[in-house]
Design a protein around this ligand. Structure first.
Ligand code: NAP
Length: 302
């Protein structure tokens, strides 16, 4: 079976509240531009190419797409591309978005949104995606302070039917406890990959105990973060990749999926070949020895 014929179904499924998704999904942050995300001088991606990637992802069985209204370059918006490519949306497609600190029209980052501004951000996502409700809204948090007021505002939007499920992003364990006392949390979206710290691993494990999906970001990009996969790969990853005849990026994704049945992947790409590889990574099975090698101390902590 070639990577072209492996679909996201090979990764299995997990649930976001009452919504079931394939464990390999797609992150839309790379679509609005080439290269680094959020760069002021970003080169907008060709619209047809971005649309083709989104449509191919769905053809390959991807039914969980992560997006945000703040994913935009001067001439492209991830939400607009998703709407153009995929509306009218299939019944099984789950769109997860994020609210929190937004960006101004020139692309500069703004401070944390107030509860009223969070409502405005939810409405902005609804308008751009052309939907009447959002499947999943993650509150993205910067810093360690209380999220109670902001999460409470989102819980009210959930009660009002504008949002089906709530999640958290970029959070610490105490944030999850604080949020769960206010409303159910279906997912935690945090940076995670090979080289994760014991604290990160413990948090991932605890999410699983609560039936909360853990959704890593930068699993391929690692320390390249918004610049993308810019660095050379670590020899441990390269060795495992060689033995499977796949790419290092695929091994990085497969490793995350081996961290628990509740782990979902949302790799971002604007490249059709990389998309097919990333979907195919959901079919990779790593041995205990390979996992031990990838977990051994190495030169490239994520
Ligand atoms: N909640 C948050 O704070 C937060 C923060 C960051 C991201 N996110 C979400 O998480 C998603 C995933 O993060 P991400 O897109 O930055 O990181 P990623 O999936 O870890 O890596 C993306 C980078 O790797 C490259 N890449 C992708 N597939 C590849 C492959 N098979 N082989 C080689 N290179 C490959 C991409 O370039 P090409 O385009 O050339 O493939 C891009 O440079 C985002 O799209 C976004 O939806 C959330």
């Amino acid at each position: 079976m070639t990577s072209q014929t492996i679909t996201a179904a090979a990764s299995g499924t997990y649930r976001l509240g009452d919504l079931t998704v394939h464990r390999v999904g797609f992150g839309a942050m790379r679509l609005p531009q080439h290269g680094e995300a959020f760069a002021a001088d970003a080169v907008p991606r060709d619209r047809d190419q971005a649309v083709a990637v989104l449509r191919r992802a769905v053809e390959l069985g991807v039914n969980h797409i992560d997006t945000a209204a703040f994913y935009f370059s001067p001439l492209r918006s991830a939400n607009e591309l998703i709407n153009r490519a995929l509306a009218p949306y299939g019944d099984d497609l789950v769109l997860s978005t994020k609210v929190g600190p937004g960006r101004d029209a020139a692309g500069g980052w703004l401070p944390h949104a107030t509860p009223a501004q969070l409502r405005g951000q939810v409405e902005e996502n609804l308008r751009q995606l052309g939907r009447d409700h959002l499947d999943v809204v993650n509150l993205r948090v910067v810093g360690t302070g209380s999220l109670a007021e902001r999460f409470g505002a989102l819980a009210e939007l959930r009660e009002a039917g504008l949002v089906r499920h709530l999640g958290l992003s970029n959070v610490h364990p105490h944030h999850l406890a604080e949020a769960r006392a206010i409303a159910p949390v279906v997912c935690v979206q945090n940076m995670y990959g090979i080289g994760a710290s014991p604290e990160q691993r413990e948090f991932l494990r605890r999410c699983g105990e609560h039936g909360i999906a853990f959704v890593p970001f930068y699993s391929i990009a690692g320390s390249g973060r918004e610049r993308g996969a810019t660095t050379g790969d670590d020899p441990r990853v390269s060795a495992v990749a060689r033995s499977h005849g796949v790419s290092a990026a695929q091994i990085r994704l497969a490793w995350t999926l081996h961290q628990g049945p509740h782990v979902l992947a949302i790799p971002g790409t604007g490249d059709l070949g990389h998309l097919a590889q990333n979907v195919a990574a959901g079919a990779l099975r790593l041995s205990a020895d390979e996992l031990a090698l990838l977990d051994s101390p190495g030169p490239d902590p994520a």
